[in-house]
Design a protein around this ligand. Structure first.
Ligand SMILES: Cc1ncc(COP(=O)(O)O)c(C=O)c1O
Ligand code: FES
Length: 393
């Protein structure tokens, strides 16, 4: 095979060489336990403190408001179940949206089975929630609003600041899963009225299995993992020091190169969107054309199956996704694409291409060159397309 091109940066990203370099000493000479009082322990404690500052700075928080976790799934679970547990005397109602990641949706469904009431706000055809719907959904018993910053499948960026304002006016806690937005668009928890935020290292050119939950000072949140006194008694267990150091470094890099990265990705994204539109008939861009992540391209192609498309792209050395990483193993169409109102058969023919810091213009040219031929071959094999052509002659 001549080339390999990775277009699945919403699933995961490569580890930045400087991140790896920062992590390595914590596997080797600096292997101590951060809870130990001797020097090699304290080196680790200091490394965690530095990383906490780096992550806090990236989102405009204070270091004491950052709790390290194993990733965003844990952070989402902790935020939602934690608030449910701590504020159950105040109320049992949670507001979320139909297009959240499963880390949020399945956690909400679990709570529904345990006496909580959840409102799932619908989204419009571009994937946006409506602020009026949000206001109308609020009850005296509402204790939490959890709405993602940006969608992992279609890249739509929600009106986070406005959601934060509504939450604040109504004295309701606002949590956002900002996994896909971090490092791509500015995120400032103070300015955006965000009370809690989940992030993960591996979408940020950091290591897998690392993440953080931001919890605004003053919010009551009980321990989720019971054990030792780590993370100020809220998350027991010896810290993943190399991972935390890597997450810190990735945050520092993301903060310093965000402008440049966003500019580069926006340019590549727009070229890709335009190229596909020009070369392939009967396709539709999913997600908001403007309020969109710089790295996200998501198209539906009529008359074809996303799975076959992925296999044929893979044979050309292109890694892409037809929905989100975890759902692509299932035959059900994505809940996000159904949520924006796509019929089943069109949702099935979708392709997500997500760009990252390693992608080049040549990569974009390459996919624009090979994709039209693949779509045409698949359509030529499709009985639906044959019928369509016959009926439109
Ligand atoms: C929006 C969103 N939330 C949560 C997650 C889960 O993150 P993690 O893999 O760190 O558990 C992902 C990634 O799959 C995601 O895209
Ligand atoms: S459940 Fe992980 S990407 Fe959807």
């Amino acid at each position: 095979m001549d080339r390999r091109v990775y277009f699945d940066n919403a699933a995961t990203t490569s580890v930045h060489p400087e991140v790896l370099e920062a992590m390595l000493p914590y596997f080797t000479q600096n292997f101590g336990n951060p809870s130990s009082i001797y020097e090699i322990g304290q080196i680790n404690k200091n490394a965690i403190d530095d990383a906490r500052e780096q992550v806090a700075k990236l989102i405009g928080a204070k270091p004491v408001e950052i709790f390290f976790t194993s990733g965003a799934t844990e952070a989402d679970n902790w935020a939602i179940k934690g608030i449910a547990e701590s504020y159950k005397n105040k109320g049992n109602h949670i507001i979320t949206s139909t297009v959240e990641h499963h880390a949020v949706l399945h956690t909400c469904e679990y709570l529904e089975k345990n006496g909580f009431e959840v409102t799932y706000l619908p989204v419009d055809e571009n994937g946006l929630i409506s602020i009026d719907d949000l206001k109308n959904a609020i009850k005296d018993t509402t204790i939490l609003i959890t709405i993602m910053f940006a969608n992992n499948e279609i890249g739509t960026i929600q009106p986070i600041k406005e959601i934060g304002e509504v939450a604040r006016e109504n004295k309701i806690i606002f949590h956002t899963d900002a996994v896909q937005a971090i490092g791509q668009v500015p995120v400032d928890v103070e300015d955006m009225n965000i009370d809690m935020l989940s992030l993960t290292g591996h979408k940020l050119n950091g290591p897998k299995g690392t993440g953080a939950l931001y919890v605004k000072k003053g919010i009551k949140l009980k321990a989720f993992i019971h054990g030792g006194a780590q993370e100020r008694r809220r998350r027991g267990g010896t810290e993943n020091v190399p991972g935390i150091v890597g997450l810190g470094k990735a945050s520092e890099i993301a903060e310093s190169n965000m402008e440049e990265k966003t500019k580069k990705l926006n340019k590549l994204r727009d070229k890709l969107i335009k190229g596909i539109k020009e070369e392939i008939p009967y396709c539709k861009l999913n997600g908001d054309p403007v309020k969109r992540l710089p790295n996200n391209v998501n198209y539906s192609f009529e008359f074809i199956e996303g799975e076959s498309l992925l296999i044929m792209l893979d044979m050309k050395g292109i890694s892409a996704s037809s929905g989100s990483a975890c759902t692509s193993g299932s035959l059900d169409p994505s809940h996000v694409l159904l949520g924006i109102g796509l019929p089943h058969e069109i949702a099935h023919g979708s392709l997500r291409l997500t760009l990252g810091i390693d992608n080049t213009e040549e990569d974009v040219d390459y996919i624009i060159e090979v994709l039209p031929g693949i779509v045409k071959r698949l359509r030529d094999m499709s009985p639906l397309y044959e019928d369509f052509v016959k009926n439109n002659k």
